[in-house]
Design a protein around this ligand. Structure first.
Ligand SMILES: [Zn+2]
Length: 137
């Protein structure tokens, strides 16, 4: 069973995931499908977390779907129809959100204010020179 205890932190994870789609997915249709998948994943995690289990060893999220009565194990892959057809599915989106939510480095980000996180700033141009300890220009 999965329970989101820190809604504020989870909100930041979701905002970060949406921002990443906005920045990295260029195809408009695909962008819309991923945003829908993230929105559905967010609602499912909040409402049906009782039917989900996160496995730390392989970062997968096990989801018991009430609708299909099937069990999906999602990380980068999934067993659902949408994944078979090459479409984003909420299972994979949920797995990623939960992973980010539970990962220690995300906790560090959640402790900072949103305005201190470059990708959550609106209309600001950040010239990144370092990513972590790695110099990139
Ligand atoms: Zn799926």
């Amino acid at each position: 069973m999965l329970q989101i205890e820190n809604k504020d932190k989870f909100g930041k994870v979701v905002a970060g995931a949406l921002a990443k789609i906005e920045l990295t997915v260029t195809d408009a249709g695909m962008k819309k499908r991923w945003i829908n998948a993230i929105a559905k994943a967010t609602a499912e995690i909040e409402e049906n977390g009782v039917f989900m289990t996160y496995q730390e060893d392989d970062h997968s999220l096990i989801i018991w779907s009430q609708k299909s009565n099937k069990i999906y194990t999602a990380n980068g892959h999934c067993q659902c129809r949408a994944f078979e057809q090459g479409s984003p599915c909420f299972h994979r989106a949920a797995a990623r959100l939960v992973r980010l939510y539970l990962e220690p480095e995300m906790s560090a980000i959640a402790d900072t204010k949103a305005e201190e996180i470059p990708y959550l700033k609106n209309n600001s141009y950040i010239k990144a020179e370092r990513v972590g300890s790695v110099r990139i220009n």
